[in-house]
Design a protein. Structure first.
Length: 99
């Protein structure tokens, strides 16, 4: 039974990150196919970055596997960031870098 826990501990972060990347790329492909330029209309990137930071911090504080904490933070950040819409007055990052 201990071998099952070791396998889950090693494989679960990779499976979850693969699923998260599949969802992320499917969203970006849908935006590209519909030719809508509102890819930055939500805060997915910011949510994933902050979620990963909080996940790693919690996993270090609670002494659990770093991979599981990072994976959980990325998934929760993706979910929360996709639900927070940007306001109309906010500029997109791509608009500030154009010359």
């Amino acid at each position: 039974m201990n071998d099952v826990y070791v396998f889950i501990d090693a494989a679960l972060p990779w499976i979850a990150i693969g699923l998260m990347l599949a969802v992320f790329f499917a969203r970006m492909a849908r935006i590209a196919v519909t030719k809508k330029n509102d890819g930055d209309a939500d805060r997915v990137s910011e949510g994933m970055a902050l979620g990963m930071c909080f996940g790693v911090a919690l996993s270090v504080a609670l002494h659990i596997n770093l991979g599981i904490g990072m994976m959980a933070g990325l998934l929760y950040g993706l979910l929360i960031g996709s639900r927070i819409a940007k306001k109309d007055g906010e500029k997109r990052e791509t608009d500030t870098h154009r010359t």
